[in-house]
Ligand binder design. Structure first.
Ligand SMILES: *Cc1c(COP(=O)(O)O)cnc(C)c1O
Length: 221
């Protein structure tokens, strides 16, 4: 199946109001261009260098989202190209993104990535750490960030009850933090190729779908 027919199939199943981020990491720019031609405008990438290269090669009206682990020394490279950084998981990274956005005299959307999965390797704020940071009020000084909501990855398991529990935990976080961050804190980014329908059932407003659109990734290339 072509990229456009896969895209249309997913769009046909997504309820109104749920945004599709097409995760194009590892896939070449011409595959992204196929999705663009089919009307897709929001793409997700995991590596700053790759996001930059694609942003420079592809139309300007694409909205690029960073969804992978981000090191502070890569933020400057990313800042001219990125619309939203979904994978923010530390105070240090927030401060760095804010100061790089300030240098370019812009604001940038950020999501707080929260660790809810059982796997230890998954990135994201640990709940206690996030509690302390939010309570510190330090985020109030980051004037070049727009805190838009939360992002997370569910446990990788076939046990639907576990996945549902992870999604519900993310939804609860967004609801709890929204009164602090204000009405723009409206985004709940969760759900990937294998679990997005359940994420949507649990209240996702953004799903991040890669392999169901572009096919399997080949990391050896
Ligand atoms: C790769 C990735 C996705 C997309 O995964 P698929 O299973 O290919 O849909 C979504 N979110 C994050 C954070 C990713 O790294």
């Amino acid at each position: 199946m072509s990229v456009s027919s896969r895209l249309n199939e997913i769009r046909g199943q997504l309820p109104a109001g749920v945004t599709l981020v097409a995760v194009s990491k590892t896939h070449p720019a011409d595959r992204v261009a196929e999705a663009y031609a089919a009307g897709q405008r929001i793409f997700g990438e995991s590596r700053p260098q790759e996001l930059k290269a694609k942003a420079e090669a592809l139309p300007r009206d694409i909205e690029w989202h960073m969804i992978g682990h981000l090191q502070t020394n890569k933020v400057r490279m990313l800042m001219p190209y990125v619309a939203c950084i979904q994978s923010v998981d530390s105070e240090r990274l927030l401060a760095c993104i804010d100061s790089e956005a300030a240098r370019l005299d812009r604001t940038v959307d950020v999501l707080l990535e929260i660790h809810v999965a059982r796997e230890e390797s998954k990135s994201g704020w640990e709940p206690g750490e996030l509690e302390r940071y939010v309570a510190s009020g330090n985020w109030r000084m980051l004037h070049h960030l727009r805190f838009r909501g939360v992002m997370g990855i569910a446990s990788h398991t076939d046990d639907e009850a576990v996945v549902r529990r992870d999604f519900e935990a993310l939804a609860a976080w967004r609801e709890r933090l929204a009164p602090l961050f204000g009405p723009q804190f409206d985004t709940l980014s969760m759900g990937m190729s294998h679990d997005w329908p359940l994420a949507v059932a649990c209240g996702a407003t953004v799903v991040r779908v890669g392999s169901s659109i572009f096919g399997e990734r080949d990391y050896s290339k």
